[in-house]
Design a protein around this ligand. Sequence first.
Ligand code: SF4
Length: 74
Amino acid sequence: MSDEPIVDEEAFAATQRLIRLTALRGSPIEGDGCANCYYYLEPGAELAFCWQEKLQMLVGASWWCHFWEMTDDD
Ligand code: SF4
């Protein structure tokens, strides 16, 4: 067994493309983040599914991306 990590190069490249397309980052911008975004499925949770069509993945409450949208309550 090798100690070398096995990286799925295709998945890695797809993730890099997604980050470029969405400008996804790990911190909020001026108070806007996944936690208060319309597409964050479980408000109040630290991690939740983002159902925006370009993302469709697990994201963190403090993350942010270009597709951020105000919630109905704002
Ligand atoms: S659209 Fe962007 S900001 Fe909104 S929950 Fe998804 S990743 Fe977060």
